[in-house]
Design a protein around this ligand. Structure first.
Ligand code: ZN
Length: 130
């Protein structure tokens, strides 16, 4: 019987700079979104601009800082910044002097039919831990 969860270990976020990108979708068997952990060393930017056909993206900066470009706008991002880009946004990201580590979540634009508070169901019983 398959379990109702999957787990992976990406390791310390600080080590992501050496790995570049880790895709979580296949390992975690995600079915509603794709998630990647990404890093760029100091001063390095995306090698290309891109858009998406169906997926909106949310970039959550986990460490470092840099610049984000969408269409004609360029703005600073840092640890704690979250940037949503619609499908047609022409985007790129560039690391600042300390490099940048970020999570990118892709989900089909317009597909969310419920919000967390409406979708969650409280289960009877006490929470116990071993
Ligand atoms: Zn993308």
């Amino acid at each position: 019987m398959s379990k109702n969860y999957s787990v992976m270990e990406a390791g310390a976020l600080g080590n992501l700079i050496e790995k570049g990108r880790i895709m979580l979708g296949e390992t975690l068997k995600l079915t509603g979104c794709e998630i990647s952990l990404n890093s760029l060393p100091a001063g390095v930017g995306s090698p290309f601009l891109h858009t998406h056909k169906q997926n909106e993206e949310v970039h959550i900066i986990l460490g470092g800082s840099g610049q984000f470009k969408v269409d004609d706008d360029v703005f600073p991002v840092q640890e704690g910044s979250a940037v949503r880009v619609a499908t047609g946004g022409v985007r790129a990201i560039k690391a600042g002097g300390d490099g940048i580590i970020y999570m990118c979540i892709q989900a089909k634009q317009g597909s969310l039919e419920q919000a967390t508070m409406d979708d969650g169901v409280i289960v009877e019983g006490d929470v116990t831990w071993p």
